[in-house]
Ligand binder design. Structure first.
Ligand code: HXC
Length: 462
């Protein structure tokens, strides 16, 4: 289903374990529970492995691990992406440390390939232990509906903690697409999960040393009317679709940390990564989860040479005890770090608000954006006008409370207007919303010379 017709070349079909303990000598199926080889997807070479849950539960013993290592070594040598189809109870219990070492060696290879060749994991069944940690080290995790991922399965959980929970409650695709953020995408069934893997691959290069695939350029959809009232919400995805080629936007982690939208798309036929605050959820504030989600995405795009298009509409970081105790300082720093470090072409458009730390974090000029635009109604400032006036002119307001509206309005025009930012070169141009696509596309086209496929860095898990 995944590979181009007749392109799958199997290797290691006769490999079988030599374990004799626990009557394993009587259970030596050829292939040892995993099918491995090379194949082509849309004409491009990939390394591929698929675990077979019907053979010893797809569990990973020493030989099973050696076969997967061979796929990863092939991918390194051929500089080809890896797609793993996972359905495994994890380390094969009968083989003890032999199977644990097998996972250790796979994890090490996953890391060695990280940022060099794309690694995509498609989770098709019940996966536990190492069978979920290897995917966590890869770039993209896709689950099929009904698949499960957990570090410790429900049976072991019940034995150890007496917690009684169903496999789907513990690690179903709903858990990992909404709560944990482990799954980037969920396919309605196995076939659509595999189709999603091929689709994702269509945006990525075969390695960091090659260019991304090119498609025919398409016009974007029409620019929506975004509410001028900054407190009114709208779906930023409608703006994204008016900037990128029609039908090219593939959102990743759409149900997790919904206050930020990340996804793959194309502008004039070339792959880009899009990061956008989502006013529809939590007013588009940045918080721990959205910072981590966006940081990993930015690093992945940078590792694989996808230019970054950032759309800003955020009142800032979400304040509060829960965020501070949860470590928003170090988690928010991840996004700062990811943008600062990125060397791919980077363009930012401030749609409405860009306040405080979030103004800086969201791919600002100071962090190294190649071009920053703002719509005419945008506001760029340390904080919103009301908050600023109450803080700075507190004493004046105690004396003359009726001056508040006048001060707020003055602050808006004298401190927040995009033309002021343009005067200082903090932004390049103030553009009308319907010029956005042109501004983004022209910027990216002008930066073609900055696209040098090379190894930049790995893609550390979020
Ligand atoms: C050997 C295993 C196995 C394992 C399953 N099987 N997991 N055999 N080693 N790890 C076998 C079962 O014995 C059974 O064999 C067959 O596979 C199907 O298993 P079932 O339990 O009947 O299937 P199901 O009800 O679908 O449950 C699937 C499961 C469950 C949730 C994955 O099997 C499970 O909890 N397995 C153990 C998970 C686990 O804790 N693994 C170790 C993780 S440690 P028969 O012969 O009866 O058909 C690890 C180390 C790396 O992986 C850690 C990295 C940090």
């Amino acid at each position: 289903m995944l590979a181009d017709t007749n392109s799958f070349e199997e290797f290691g079909s006769q490999a079988r374990h030599r374990v004799t303990a626990f009557a394993m000598a009587d259970r030596r199926p050829p292939g040892d529970g995993v099918i491995t080889g090379s194949a082509r997807v849309a004409g491009r070479a990939i390394g591929v492995f698929a675990q077979d849950p019907a053979v010893l539960g797809g569990s990973l013993g020493e030989l099973h691990a050696s076969k997967i290592l061979r796929v990863l070594d092939y991918a390194e040598r051929a500089t080809a992406p890896v797609i793993g189809l996972l359905d495994s109870g994890g380390a094969r219990i009968q083989e003890g440390v032999g199977s644990l070492d097998g996972y250790g060696a796979i994890f090490r290879r996953n890391v060695r390939l990280s940022g060099r060749v794309p690694q995509i994991s498609v989770v098709l069944g019940s996966c536990a232990g190492g069978a979920v940690y290897s995917p966590a080290l890869t770039d993209i995790v896709i689950m099929s509906e009904g698949a499960q991922m957990f570090l410790t399965g429900p049976k072991v959980l019940k034995a150890v903690t007496h917690e009684d929970v169903s496999p789907l409650e513990l690690g179903g695709s709903a858990v990992h697409s909404r709560a944990s953020g482990v799954a980037h995408l969920v396919g309605a069934d196995r076939e659509s999960a595999l189709r999603l893997a091929a689709q994702v691959l269509g945006y990525l290069p075969s390695s960091c040393w090659t260019a991304t695939p090119e498609c025919a350029p398409l016009d974007p959809e029409a620019m929506p009317v975004v509410p001028a009232d900054h407190r009114k919400a709208y779906d930023v995805r409608t703006v994204i679709r008016a900037v990128v080629d029609s039908g090219s936007f593939l959102e990743l982690q759409p149900r997790f940390a919904r206050n930020i939208v990340v996804g793959l798309a194309r502008v004039q036929g070339r792959s880009v990564g899009v990061v956008a605050n989502q006013p529809l959820h939590m007013a588009g504030t940045l918080d721990i989860r959205s910072s981590e989600k966006a940081a990993r995405f930015v690093r992945m795009c940078d590792a694989f040479g996808l230019p970054l298009v950032t759309l800003v509409d955020t009142p800032g970081f979400l304040p509060g005890t829960a965020q501070e105790k949860g470590g928003v300082i170090r988690k928010g720093a991840k996004l700062l770090y990811a943008f600062s470090e990125a060397t791919v072409p980077r363009v930012t458009v401030v749609l409405r608000k860009a306040f405080g730390g979030a103004y800086i974090v969201m791919n600002s000029r100071a962090l190294g954006a190649d071009a920053v635009f703002a719509w005419p109604g945008a506001e760029l400032a340390v904080m919103g006008a009301e908050g600023a006036v109450d803080l700075v002119w507190r004493r004046d307001l105690e004396r003359e409370p009726l001056r508040r509206a006048e001060l707020v309005s003055r602050y808006r025009t004298e401190a927040m207007a995009p033309l002021l930012a343009a005067e200082r070169l903090s932004i390049d141009e103030v553009i009308e919303p319907d010029q956005t696509r042109h501004a983004v596309a022209a910027t990216l086209r002008s930066l073609a010379g900055a696209m040098r496929p090379t190894f930049r860095h790995d893609n550390l898990p979020q």
